[in-house]
Design a protein around this ligand. Sequence first.
Ligand SMILES: C[S@@+](CC[C@H](N)C(=O)[O-])C[C@H]1O[C@@H](n2cnc3c(N)ncnc32)[C@H](O)[C@@H]1O
Length: 486
Amino acid sequence: MTDRSRSPYRPSRRPKGGGAQGGKGKKNPAAPPTPRDPARRTAYDVLRAVEERDAYANLLLPALLRERNITGRDAALATELTYGTLRRQGTYDAILDACIDRSLTSVDTEVLPVLRLGAHQQLSTNIPPHAAVNSTVDIARRVVGHHRARFVNAVLRKVGARDLEAWLAVVAPDRDTDPTGHLAVVHSHPRWMVSALAAALGDDPEGRLDETEPLLAAHNERPRVTLVAKPGRASVADLVEGGATAARYSPFAAYLPEGDPALLREVRQRRAAVQDEASQLVALALTRVSVAGADTRWLDMCAGPGGKAGLLAGLAGQRDARLLAAEVQPARAGLVAQAVHRSVRDAGRVVVADSTRPAWRDGAFDRVLVDVPCTGMGALRRRPESRWRRTPETAGELAPLQRDLLARALDAARPGGVVAYVTCSPHLPETRGVVEDVLAGRSDAAVLRAADFLDDIPDVATGDYVQFWPHRHGTDAMFLALLRKS
Ligand SMILES: C[S@@+](CC[C@H](N)C(=O)[O-])C[C@H]1O[C@@H](n2cnc3c(N)ncnc32)[C@H](O)[C@@H]1O
C-alpha cells in the first residue's frame, strides 16, 4: 500500500504561464470559444491547473465559466465534477494506483487529472458508465492525443469493474489494524491530517477514531451557503423574506437552501454577504465580553478580505465605537474597505499595514481581533484541494508569524481590554499551541472561558477555548481564544 501521508502523486512542476488551457488548441483571448463538452473540458482544465500550478479552484472555475460563457446545467455539472473530483482525489488515486502496472507517480500531469475525472464519474455520479468512459476518453484524445487516450480508456475500464464500495474493500487498509490509513483512503485525506484532526478532536489515537470519521465525511460534503445580515443595514427577517431560513446560532445568519446568493437584493446591495456562521460567532463573542471603562476603539489586525471586519464595523457603529481594520495586502485591503465602509455611521477605517510592525501605539485599543493566516484546515469543505498542499512540515511554518501577531495584539490592547485570537483551523500547533506559547512568555494576560460568550451553542468548549466543527455545528472549524489584558 502506498503511504498517503501527503498527496502521494504530486507531479514535478511544469513551467508557469500556460494558463489553465491544457491542450494544443489555439485560444483566442478576445473571444474564447466554448469548448466541446464544456462541463468536462472546464473541469479538466481546472483540475490540471490545480495539479500543475497550485491554482485555486474557487477562483479559477468561476473565471473559466464566465470566460467561456458556460451557464445553467453545464456550469452546474462542471462545478460538481471539479469539486467532486478534488474532494475524493485521495480515494481515486488509491484505486487508480491499483489499476495501472506502474506507479501512479509516473503518470503525466496532463493525464492524471483526466483519469481522476473519469474515476469520479464512474464511481460517484449517476452518469451511465459507458458515457462516463467515452466522454472522458474523448476529452483525453483532445488534450493528450490518441496514444495516451488509449491508456486512459484501458485504465478506466478497469476502474469500472467494481463500484466504490467494492474498491474501498480492496484498496483501503483494514480499519481495525490501521484506522488512520483506513480513514485516509476512504475519506480522501492525507494520513498526517487524519492524525492531526483526531488529535484536535481528542479522539483516542489507539481507538477506532469514531469521531474523526464524521468530521472527514463532512469535509467531503458541499457546505450550505450561509449569509450574514449586516447589523443595522439588513435583518435576518429580510433574508428570510428572500427565501433563506434563519440560522441556528448566529443572530445575524441565514441559510440559503439553493440558488445564487446574488439573487437576493440585500446581497446585491451589500447589506448582506456570504459568511460562515462560525466566523460571525467568533467576532460576536469578542463584542460580548464586558470591558470596564471606555469601549470605543476596536482593532482588527488581519482583516482581509473583510468578513469579520464588516460585522465588527456594523456592531461598532451601533455602540458608538470605531473599528480600525489593518491588512498587509493592498488588494485585500480594498476588499475590506468595501465590507467596512457600508457599516452603520461608517464606523470603520481601513489601513494597509503590517500588524507585526504596528503603526498604532501600545495599549490603544479596547477590543482587538487577530484572525491570523493559517493552514485553512478548518475550511476543507470549501477548498478541497488545500488538503493536498500541506505537509506536516509546512503545516507548522506559520506558527512564528501567528505567535508574533498574537503578541502584538496583546500589546495593542489596553489594560482591561480584550483580545480574540482566531484561526480557521483546528490544528493544535496553530490554535492552543500558539496561545500557550505566547502566554508562557508574558504575565499581562489571562485566558477567559470563551464558551461563556457563546452560551447557547452545544459542544463548542474545549477547555477555556472554543472550537467549532463542520460535523457538529455545520460550520467551518473555527478556533477562538479570548484573552483579558491586565
Ligand atoms: C485568515 S485571513 C483573515 C480573514 C478575515 N478576518 C475575514 O474574516 O475575512 C488572514 C489575513 O491576514 C493578512 N495578513 C497576513 N499577515 C499580516 C500582517 N503581518 N499584518 C496584517 N495582515 C496580515 C492576510 O493577508 C489575510 O488577509
